[in-house]
Design a protein around this ligand. Sequence first.
Ligand SMILES: [Zn+2]
Length: 586
Amino acid sequence: MAQLPRDFIQRVLDSTDIVSLIDSHVSLQKRGKDHWALCPFCDDGSKPSFSVSQHKQFYYCFKCRASGNAISFLTDHQGQTFMDALEFLATNAGIEIPKNSNSINNEDFKIFDKINDLAVKFFQKNLSEQSESSSVYKYLKSRNIEGKSSQNFSLGYATKSWDDLCKYLLKEGISREDILKTGLIKTSDKGKDYDFFRNRLMFPIRNRRGQVIGFGGRGIENEEPKYLNSAESLVFKKNRELYGLYESIEQNRNINKILVVEGYTDVIALFAGGFPYAMATLGIATSKYHLENILKITNEVVFCFDGDQAGSDAARRAVEVTLPFINDNRKFNILFLPEGQDPASIIEEHGTNKFEEYLSKSVVLSKYIQDSFLAGNDDSIETKANAMRSFQNFIKSIPPSNFKTLLIEDFSSKLGFKVEEEIQPSIKKKSFTIKENETFIESTILKKILAVVLDFPGRINLDLFSYFDVKSQIKEEETIAKIIEFCKSAPNYNAGQLIEEYPELKGDITSIAAGENIVSEAKANEYIEESINFYLKKENISNHVYLQKKLMDGDITEKEKIELKKSLLEKFEALDDQEKELLKSL
Ligand SMILES: [Zn+2]
């Protein structure tokens, strides 16, 4: 098997949603925070034991302990090879696997990240310094975009110059070939390089991890086209990315719903107006990839459209794309704004309350669908029969669900029809040999700590783990240290990714992550801190070494200071001079 870089595999897992994946093979029901089904790996009778966590991106059976991530579901349940599974998921996620997989070079991704980061800084600097950016300021002001919003979204300005950015990047030591790959510069017919974005307000577009992958640029004077996006590249796929997705995740731990809007400025205006869960497709129709990304975060989506014909057409297309994603847990609404208005203009002119008012009037998907097939119907049987046929055709791609059954029943009764219930296909079980799960982490307290780390990715102060060392003689401590290292390198880590990184810990990680939340997010760091202290004490680890380190680092609490003093006093006889000095200072 060709060796694939770990970053590549993690990227694929990061872009995959295990719930949609498994749901397409085993019908899942949401219960509490997880999704459940009868286990496809064992016979668990009539009580579902198989849980799938969207948040942590892994599955776990409480009966047979089958567990894993998206890749292992495809290998263990579908019998695919690792490479086949990875290729399937990568293709689905729009991540290219070069023919010769040895040639996927992590450096390629890194150089994109570096160039895009430099470009963001460059554009930001232009915005704050260039005198010619005054027209940009005028525009920002006209759209009520203030300094804070501008900073939150790292807005910038591409000057009128033909090659400012190009010169800057070359000066920063980036090769011309690499800059060309990102599409930030183009070459003219005469062989001269020029900046792709000129005299434009720049909106950096970030992926879920927060890395800038491309830009949207809005013309300031009469540039054509008015909006211009980065060209497609290794890291930038226009029909998959959502402007505002990263910023939404950043601002909210739990996103209840997502507003899908049309423009960059709509997203920014909505954030500033108290709706920090708005996202925009990049000037194109909503795609299935957009929806996959959105539904990884929430089960409730409101699509906002202009009330004109174009908006109505866009709504229809968005609904068509949505149909295959419908299940009984999800809720989709459609919001038509008055003709010629967008969320930003409503907030600008009438304030956020007005937008809220419109939002409360959005229609549920079922009503939207029914209305669009009932509109203009007369009472004749011919018209009703025709409406029924179009309706049936339209909803074909909705998966079997209560929603579908009820929608058909309700629509039929409105037309005076009676329709037989659809029968859900039965799910075939696959035989699977249960492997004994080895356990590496014995300590209950360490397991609990790890459970909290997995519950709140991005919210845990990983510095609390400074005691744990990858070179520790104690196997369990080494394991925890390694896991924390990984979490540091991937701030949006989840259990599914950890399993891929440490297959030997699969049993541990999945059984730990499958448990109920131990503490609330607000108490998570406090819980970890106390638990680590408890662990150190219980393990009889002279925790004054640890506390001394915290004292040096300046992050010792008053309570710990007292503890340190006590522990030093207890062994006063054995203290060296330095420790005695330290004791005095406490
Ligand atoms: Zn099972």
